[in-house]
Design a protein. Structure first.
Length: 73
C-alpha cells in the first residue's frame, strides 16, 4: 500500500475512533442519568443506554483492529 494512502487511512480511522469514544462517553452519561431515575428493571432509557454502549464498544474494537493492521503494513 502506498505510504500516503496508508497515512490517510490511519488518520481517517483514528478520527473515527475518537468520534466513537466520544459517543461512548455521551451514552455512559445518559446511562448514569437514567440510573438515577429509579427502578432499573423497568427503565427503558437505562436498557437502551446499555445496548448502545455495547454496540459502540464492538465498533471501537473493530476500528482498533483496523488501525493495528494499518500500522503493521
Amino acid at each position: 500500500m502506498d505510504k500516503n494512502l496508508r497515512a490517510e487511512k490511519l488518520k481517517m480511522w483514528t478520527e473515527n475512533l475518537k468520534k466513537l469514544e466520544d459517543s461512548l462517553n455521551v451514552v455512559m452519561q445518559k446511562k448514569g442519568a437514567a440510573a438515577q431515575e429509579g427502578d432499573l428493571s423497568e427503565n427503558a432509557a437505562y436498557t437502551m443506554a446499555i445496548e448502545d454502549s455495547e454496540t459502540i464498544r464492538v465498533q471501537i474494537n473493530e476500528v482498533k483492529k483496523i488501525i493495528a493492521d494499518l500500522e503493521k503494513s
